[in-house]
Every structure is written in structure tokens, then in C-alpha cells.
Write a protein that binds this ligand. Structure first.
Ligand code: NAP
Length: 260
């Protein structure tokens, strides 16, 4: 299957580790140039080196995407580096979990700053480039946006808002020739999940492996997913064979979401 990605350019936020890193490397292996944004410049440089080893061009932009001007700066730097932008993967996100009454306005504002406003600002800045080349956007949401939980009030709200924004821009994209989709990871084995497993292990006096098993059972899934399994779906959505997929919201969650 020809994915028709070679020689094109992708922006990946949160491309320094976890799901974003896996997405960036999957795109690089298809011959896409990748522009990566996150705060940790050394981690970004290390992923960029891996992308270059796969034969791709790579550009890094170390920044805090919660700062209002950064998404547009990232877009401008990537456009200057590669001369075109064909794909935006809005992935960076970090929302605080916990009991609602232990969370303050600042926790909600922080979650929205990175995973809602940065996504909006990124799409606003990149849109003219995407229109020019008939490109696409993939937002990385999360299944908590469809199935909210009491321990995940910030994340559930942010992911639902990102999905609403993506669906609205998908309508705009029908006319502008830009596809916009959402991928909802379930429980994916990244640093963020490991922190949750360690917290469960500490709370229940289990070792890490036992806590991981207990968490998977409680979630009703056979196992945790891998960042590469999320990346494979992003790769498809970005590709030519997905040309008629517009506004789709895809769960990559091992079956955790039981509802339609
Ligand atoms: N893992 C899961 O099970 C899961 C489930 C559902 C949804 N998701 C979603 O998938 C996405 C990626 O998750 P992940 O598990 O791969 O997370 P992760 O391993 O914690 O990686 C997060 C990435 O975002 C970057 N980032 C964090 N804060 C930033 C900031 N203020 N400015 C710029 N970059 C920032 C991080 O780099 P720096 O820290 O260096 O900035 C890192 O590259 C997130 O949107 C998350 O909500 C994940």
C-alpha cells in the first residue's frame, strides 16, 4: 500500500517521548520530514537523531506550548526548515488526575492550556499551509473524553473539548481540502501510565507487575497498548488511502470503550 507520505512534512507536538515519539519515528520511516516540539531539548534531539537515521529530515523546537505564542512559532520554524507542512499531529498533553475536590482552577487551566488552546493555536497557524498542500490534522485525544471518570475530570473535559474542536474543523476542512481526525488512546504503556501503575503499587502494597495486572483487569482489557500501536493508526489517517476519512474519532484502546 502506497501511503504517499514520502518527502512531505509532519509537525508532532510532544514528539520527545511516549506516543509522540513513536508517531514521529513511524512517519520518519515513511520518508516524512518531522518537526518536533516539547520542552526537553536533549530528548527532542535524541528523537531527531533517530528520525535522521531512518532517512528523514528532522527539526526540533524546544518550547513550552502552554505559552500562547509558541504554537505559531513552531509552525513558522517548521515551514522555514522544510518549506511545506502536510500533517499536524497535536499530541502534547498532560492533565492532572485525582479527586475533583483536590483539584483547583489552576489544574483545569493548565490542562486546557496545553491540550486545548495549544491544539487550537497550532491548527490556526498551520491551516494555510495544510490548505496549500491538501494536508491533514490528527489530534491525539483520549478515551476519557468519551467515557469520563471521577478521577479524571480535567482530562475528560479537555479530551471532549479537543474532539468537539476537531469535528468543527473537519467541517471547515471539507471546503478547504484539509482532513481532521481524532485518535483516542486507551491505556498505553508510556511514562504517564507507569506513574499511575507505581501509584497503585504504592497504595495497595503490590509490586509493579502485579499492580499493572490489577489495573488492566479493572479496566477490563487484556493488556496495555504500545505507543507504536497508536502510531500505526495515525500513520494510516495521515496517508493517501485514508483520503475519504474525515472527522473520524478512532479509539485505540484494546476494547476498553464498550459504548458505540
Ligand atoms: N499514555 C496513555 O495511556 C494515554 C491515554 C490517553 C490519552 N493519552 C494522550 O496521548 C498524548 C501523549 O501521551 P503520552 O502518554 O505519550 O505522554 P508523555 O509520555 O507524558 O509525553 C508527553 C509529551 O508532551 C510533551 N509536553 C508535556 N508538557 C509540555 C509542554 N508544556 N509544552 C510542550 N510539550 C510538552 C512532553 O515533553 P516535555 O515534558 O519535554 O515537554 C512529551 O513529549 C497526550 O495528549 C495524552 O493525553 C495518553
Amino acid at each position: 500500500m502506497d501511503l504517499a507520505l514520502e518527502g512531505k512534512t509532519a509537525l508532532v507536538t510532544g514528539g520527545s517521548r511516549g506516543i509522540g515519539r513513536a508517531i514521529a519515528l513511524a512517519l520518519a520511516r515513511q520518508g516524512m520530514n518531522v518537526a518536533l516540539a516539547a520542552r526537553d531539548e536533549a530528548a527532542l534531539r535524541s528523537v531527531a537523531a533517530e528520525a535522521r537515521a531512518a532517512g528523514a529530515g528532522a527539526h526540533v523546537h524546544a518550547c513550552d506550548l502552554r505559552e500562547a505564542a509558541e504554537p505559531a512559532r513552531f509552525v513558522a520554524a517548521a515551514a522555514q526548515a522544510f518549506g511545506r507542512i502536510d500533517l499536524v499531529v497535536a499530541n502534547a498533553g498532560a492533565t492532572k488526575r485525582g479527586d475533583f475536590f483536590a483539584l483547583g482552577d489552576e489544574d483545569f487551566a493548565d490542562g486546557f492550556a496545553l491540550k486545548y488552546f495549544a491544539h487550537v493555536r497550532l491548527v490556526r497557524a498551520a491551516w494555510p499551509h495544510l490548505v496549500r498542500g491538501g494536508g491533514s490534522v490528527v489530534h491525539i485525544g483520549g478515551i476519557g473524553g468519551k467515557t469520563p471518570g471521577a478521577e479524571f475530570t480535567v482530562g475528560g473535559s479537555v479530551n471532549a473539548a479537543v474532539t468537539a474542536f476537531a469535528k468543527a474543523m473537519a467541517e471547515r476542512g471539507i471546503h478547504d481540502g484539509v482532513r481532521v481526525c481524532v485518535v483516542n488512546p486507551g491505556s498505553i504503556a508510556t511514562d504517564r501510565l507507569r506513574t499511575r501503575i507505581q501509584a497503585l503499587a504504592a497504595a495497595e502494597g503490590l509490586d509493579e507487575a502485579a499492580a499493572a495486572g490489577a489495573m488492566a483487569r479493572r479496566l477490563g482489557i487484556a493488556r496495555f497498548g504500545t505507543p507504536e500501536e497508536v502510531a500505526a493508526v495515525v500513520l494510516f489517517l495521515a496517508s493517501a488511502p485514508a483520503a475519504y476519512v474525515q472527522g473520524a474519532v478512532l479509539d485505540v484502546d484494546g476494547g476498553a470503550t464498550r459504548t458505540i
